[in-house]
Design a protein around this ligand. Structure first.
Ligand code: MN
Length: 238
């Protein structure tokens, strides 16, 4: 028998202010969760219930660490192949600490361990074709290194942010800006809705959607993003 392949386990994510790491299991994403972004995508923000998709776990990595196994330097995001329209989507990410299903909005925050800032990077041209052809979104949303993320900040330290500026700048120019209060579905409502569809487990991440202003990145761009009370991230598109 030939050698059984060696598959490295996901290293998890750094925890702000700690040497310990947050292990991750799955990464879910919410589509269109800010009214102004729903409108820029041609949707009606008032009538559509939340919908979900996912990224492969190993597409999520800590921006400040890079991806040593894939030759991605710390502070870099690699420009992926087969796209000429790599879009940034800055998002609040929820890190689940306690699993559950059919979670009620009133108890949902008890399942949250912490928060982070994440990028739901999107090959928009691939996604546009997928929408037209009624094909899956996986190759538009789940490509290598498509989920760069900041360190996880424990809710025990910062509480549960319900308001706060969320923004993204490219080469010093403001591209995306919104407020967490503008989410169509709040974090408790997102957790409740998702947990009716799948069972949430410890280590699951939920990217909670992006405000308006999505646009294309180019190699060499320097991106700075932040969420008040959660964190900031800076990276170069390599
Ligand atoms: Mn998104």
């Amino acid at each position: 028998m030939t050698a059984i392949p060696v598959v490295p386990a996901h290293p998890g994510l750094p925890i702000a202010g700690s040497d310990e790491r947050f292990p991750i299991r799955r990464a879910y994403c919410v589509g269109r969760n800010y009214g102004d972004h729903a409108r820029e995508m041609g949707a009606d923000p008032d009538r559509e219930p939340p919908f979900f998709f996912s990224k492969p776990t190993d597409a999520v990595y800590a921006i400040d660490e890079g991806l040593p196994l894939d030759d991605v330097e710390p502070g870099h995001v690699p420009y992926p192949p087969v796209t000429s329209q790599l879009h940034h989507e800055v998002e609040l990410v929820v890190a689940i600490g306690v699993g559950g299903k059919d979670i009620s909005p009133g108890t949902a925050l008890g399942h949250v361990w912490g928060y982070a800032l994440g990028l739901d990077l999107t090959r928009r041209d691939i996604q546009d074709v997928a929408k037209q052809m009624r094909r899956p979104w996986d190759m538009a949303k789940g490509f290598d290194a498509s989920g760069p993320i900041s360190a996880i900040v424990p809710a025990a330290q910062i509480g549960h942010p319900e308001t706060g500026r969320i923004y993204l700048e490219v080469n010093g120019e403001l591209r995306q800006q919104g407020d967490l209060a503008d989410q169509i579905w709040s974090v408790p409502e997102v957790i409740a809705a998702l947990s009716q569809t799948i069972t949430l487990k410890p280590g699951d991440l939920i990217f909670t959607g992006t405000p308006a202003g999505i646009a294309a990145l180019a190699q060499g761009d320097v991106v700075t993003a932040g969420i008040d009370g959660v964190g900031t991230a800076t990276f170069t598109v390599a």
